[in-house]
Design a protein around this ligand. Sequence first.
Ligand SMILES: NC(=O)c1ccc[n+]([C@@H]2O[C@H](COP(=O)([O-])OP(=O)(O)OC[C@H]3O[C@@H](n4cnc5c(N)ncnc54)[C@H](OP(=O)(O)O)[C@@H]3O)[C@@H](O)[C@H]2O)c1
Length: 235
Amino acid sequence: MNHIFVTGANRGIGLEIVRQLGERPKTTVYAACRRPDSAAELQAVASRAHGTVHVIPLEVTDPAQIAAAKDHVRSHTNALDVLINNAAIDPDDDAQRFGRIDPDVMLHTLHINTVAPLLIAQAFVDLLEASSLGRIVNISSQMGSIAQRDYGGSYAYCASKAALNMSTRGLAADLGRQGIVCVAIDPGWVKTDMGGRSAPLEREESARGLLRVIEHLTRTDNGAYKRWNGHDLPW
Ligand SMILES: NC(=O)c1ccc[n+]([C@@H]2O[C@H](COP(=O)([O-])OP(=O)(O)OC[C@H]3O[C@@H](n4cnc5c(N)ncnc54)[C@H](OP(=O)(O)O)[C@@H]3O)[C@@H](O)[C@H]2O)c1
């Protein structure tokens, strides 16, 4: 796994994934974020990397920027090994409460968390096909599990991740024959802007686990829904 593309790379879990991959001398990371010029931490990670980290602009809802990001990758390599769709939002709890459901909040969340990963996968598929084991990793959430939905609230976020899981299964069926392994992985509850301070997991541990799972993926994992520690999650 030498060429890896990560969205939402300027903070949180995405930044830590890039930092850990950057420690590997033979690895090239395409670290996508909305505003590279103000992504100081990511730029610092890129400058300290033993491998190569390209910081590239990507607002995931912008098709022109998706196309430009793909062109950027293609100018460096003919084959992408891993696409990590990590960027996401989780709007304020109050805006997702039953009684306060706002269609704009729902649709905006679905656009970023569900539609964009699919469009990015669609744009990058030829580069992934050219790898000997291309992988599409959709960073999902336990909150996307319908089987475990025994609590209320978080309508936009939970629906977006359940729909991302469904798209992952579709991608697994469409692309598995071409040798691309498609999975949804929950990073755990992690101390980030999204996860908050009470989260039990540090970013380092989550990212290390995610990368271990991603590295050990085989074709039999195509269509799986896993946790950061490799355990399966119920749909
Ligand atoms: N933290 C947790 O406990 C937890 C639990 C389960 C699942 N997850 C999942 O793990 C992933 C990473 O979460 P995190 O905790 O690291 O979140 P975070 O700290 O809030 O970071 C979110 C990242 O997504 C980017 N992003 C948001 N909207 C974007 C857009 N329209 N275009 C491009 N980038 C955009 C953000 O960029 P800006 O800085 O530009 O906003 C930021 O880089 C997400 O998929 C999340 O759903 C997290």
